[in-house]
Design a protein. Sequence first.
Length: 246
Amino acid sequence: MDILFKHRSIRQYKSTPIEEEVLNQIIEAGTRASNTGNMQLYSVVVTKDIKAKEKLAPLHFNQPMVKQAPVLLTVCADINRFNLWCEERNADAGYNNLLWLMNSTIDASLFAQNLCVEAEDHGLGICYLGTALYNAKEFIDVLELPKGVIPITAIVVGYPDHKPELTDRLPLDGLIHSEKYNDYTTERINDLHREKESLPSSKQFVKENEKDNLAQVFTDVRYKKVDSEFFSKKLLATLREQGFNI
């Protein structure tokens, strides 16, 4: 599985369409992922029509790849389908709560990652879009998602039109905890992030944004506290509107 070590997020795509047989195989690979009780608590909305993508693009903050890539996949946590099956068979479903929101989110995430690996194995590029959660309410309206269905992530898929460098990752020993969690000292935190902070791209981010360090680029520019609090409240309200008792 050498392909796992070559993953790159692709943000520029050729207009070449994806054959239906290939797309179906990619999605079927997603279904082979592990999931809760083999309930498959997820669904995917496939968007290929340019007019449909134009409606979704503003919700993805108008990132060009949304309209450029031939396929946009919106992966959803979905307890609706299983609930309907239970109702039809006089079974009392109790899945509209926090536990099953988490279970269905995990299912959807595993499904999404499986299909991404399969897509890359076909020579395609992918890029995850976190904006599906930021604007969940609007995606629900545009895609006509019923109660019990929440967009978790969106993925653009297509043939790459560039080949970016591999992105950095933290050292493996910084992620592994033997037998129990060993909390990080200040010295260890500094050691783990030293390479990332020394990269020319990181230094450029700091300079461009007129910040003192890379952490401030994340907290003050990319993922601001005020934005996180705003979208968190918005998402919580949306989850409740979709029937989750949380």
